[in-house]
Design a protein around this ligand. Sequence first.
Ligand SMILES: [Zn+2]
Length: 363
Amino acid sequence: MSDPGETPSSNPPLAPWLQTQLESLLVQRGHAWLLSGPSGLGQFELALALARAWLCEEPTPQGACGHCGSCHAVDVHTHADLCMLMPETLSLALGWPLDEKTQDELDSKKRKPSKEIKVDAAREAVSFTQFTRSRGTTKVVLVFPAERMNNVTANTLLKTLEEPPGAVKFILATDAAHQLLPTIRSRCLGHTMVWPDFELALGWLQQEISQAGEGGSAKKAASAPKPADLQTLLVASGGRPADALAWAQDASAGEAAQHWQALPKAMARGDVSALSDWAPAQAVDALQKLCHDVLAVRMGAAPRFFSAADLSAAAGKAGAGLYALASWSRELASIARTVEHPYNPGLMLESLVSRARLALNAK
Ligand SMILES: [Zn+2]
């Protein structure tokens, strides 16, 4: 049993639905796994827990022991037998070390960190698999998000993935398996991420936020989130707990929930300020959810992301016209494909909102 007075581990317990999946993966054989499913279901956390268990000196059926030298090395991101193959932006964000040459280039501002998994990094991973082991009997390469490998990078990894030397294991995790080369997919055992039960996810969310509050600032601890607000955020995230958690940690859960509930009405009014705190991709995602729900209600189905009451405040008694909604939906889908690089984000938001107002008020 761990002592609650110890310094908090960098590896908090896995969410219950991930723990179940970890245990079922651990009893299966396989040197290469592909974890796939929509974002926000915990692919990365599950992949890391699996790597930690494979590398652990005293693993249990529940996973890594959490206190051996190997577990500690994983927790402090210095395990010599674990290679994290990620885009540089993500390595930096999650605090995983980059190789010396890359770090030098980024420190001296010769170039910006890459959002893709670079072919050089894949070559490093291949040579990592070929050197002698330093710690235990297993080596692990974790690739995340696997869809950020372009064809050249993926092909660099392919042969090693097919015939890994010695006791090398691979875990690839993705939320866009369809973007992977078929040859990569076919060399891995597939695991589809399991959707958590809504109540279970809500309970987990509550626990995570209250723990973050205890360890965090007094301001956060003082504002314990209301269950109803967390429920709003979980529904708004389409039931994806990690997305809801990120959202609730970003702003206060109460404010974020209120903001979401007021969004339909704000869009019907054409209020640009309701989207101004969000990155363009987030704004488009929110509008797609709004459009989806207004359409669903209009067709007599239940909304998925908003409450019926908040939606009816937007569409009014007459209700938005089906034709206008359908064409708004198509436009949003097309914008979503290019939204990463808007020409002028401010102008884009204005046009998105004015389009939303038109569609919501069309007869
Ligand atoms: Zn261990």
